[in-house]
Design a protein around this ligand. Structure first.
Ligand code: SAM
Length: 331
């Protein structure tokens, strides 16, 4: 099954909650996501059974990787029960993206339930800077403990760091130093224009080239061939053999041409682009008793009409258009 630009559907990102235990200043700022913010009601969320059913239908259409996200996926109660349900679907790689805060207590249960790997978002290894970024005064050591707990449970770990100029770009080299030689791949993510845009400006983006230059000046790097045409990250290897880094350069080197990802929101809306304004409601047909065949036809209809390539069209004008929140769609 291909979309209008010839792209297959391979990866599904599933947001399982719009709530988070952090208030990262660039993602869920307290001024917007305060006490009055109307998060989704429990009954509005897809149940684990509904998620597993939709994922099963997607798997039948060729999806090979499912990534659980949020909000913060580990704040959804009994998330390991969902992992176990999804792990019973054959030939599916099951990943999860987390801020790592609850990993110390959850990592083993997630691994036991059948999770394949984990990505931990960590934007700074400087405790004061990290506490200021997450804006709930959460200590960096606890996230590092979570990373260790995941590795000890046998889960391969990647670490993702969003870089925003003036907020944490002075910590790029320290992040690289912390994860060199640990076996965990560190990937930097260019800061994007999502959600409540919060005054996004191109100047806030530290381009991939600059990130690589800054690290390469300390530890020389060689480029590595991409894993697949769908790969989101540009890769470099430390010349001294201490592992590799990646950069997800959605802004300066967009990769829409290889994008084979769909996104399902916590309330069951299907988005074919991170920057889409509206999603296609799957919850209504699910709850109205649609058959698997009917769901397949709906998904096929949505995917085969897909033309999205926002990042390739981005300008300062499009950046100001309304967009879905990152905490809603899950990145
Ligand atoms: N809470 C989980 C986590 O921290 O990974 C999953 C959801 S979170 C929205 C997913 C990722 O989106 C995090 O790595 C976060 O830093 C990133 N993110 C949020 N806002 C972003 C932005 N404006 N540009 C780039 N990445 C962003």
């Amino acid at each position: 099954m291909r979309d209008r630009l010839g792209r297959p559907l391979e990866t599904l990102r599933v947001s399982i909650t719009d709530r988070c235990n952090f208030r990262c200043v660039y993602c869920m700022p307290k001024e917007v996501f305060g006490r009055e913010y109307a998060f989704l009601d429990r009954k509005e969320l897809l149940s684990f059974e509904e998620i597993a059913r939709v994922v099963g239908v997607f798997a039948g259409l060729g999806v090979r990787t499912v990534r659980l996200t949020g909000g913060e996926p580990l704040v959804r109660r009994d998330v390991e029960r969902l992992v176990a349900q999804l792990a019973s679907i054959p030939d599916l790689e099951l990943a999860l993206t987390t801020n790592g805060a609850l990993l110390p207590q959850k990592a083993q249960a997630l691994a036991d339930a059948g999770l394949s790997r984990v990505t931990v978002s960590l934007d700074s290894v400087d405790d004061a800077q990290f506490r200021a970024l997450n804006d709930v005064d959460f200590p960096v050591d606890r996230v590092l403990e979570g990373i260790d707990a995941a590795a000890a449970a046998g889960l391969p770990v990647k670490v993702n760091a969003v870089v925003k100029r003036g907020a944490n770009d002075d910590g790029i080299v320290a992040l690289a130093e912390r994860f060199r030689g640990t076996g965990h791949v560190l990937r930097f993510i260019e800061y994007m224009d999502v959600g409540h845009t919060n005054g996004w400006r191109l100047d806030d983006v530290v381009p991939a080239d600059e990130i690589v230059e800054r690290i390469g000046a300390v530890w020389p790097l060689d480029p590595v061939d991409p894993e697949s045409p769908d790969s989101t990250s540009l890769r470099w290897r430390y010349r001294d053999g201490k592992g590799e880094i990646g950069v997800i350069a959605s802004v300066t080197k967009p990769f829409c041409g290889g994008c084979s990802r769909a996104r399902l929101s916590a309330e069951g809306r299907l988005y074919t682009c991170l920057f889409a304004l509206r999603g296609h409601d799957l919850r209504a047909p699910l709850r109205a008793g649609a058959t698997d065949e009917e769901l397949v036809e709906t998904l096929r209809g949505v995917w085969t009409k897909r033309t999205d390539r926002y990042s390739e069209l981005r300008t300062s004008d499009t950046a100001a258009l309304p967009k879905v929140e990152m905490s809603y769609i899950g990145g």
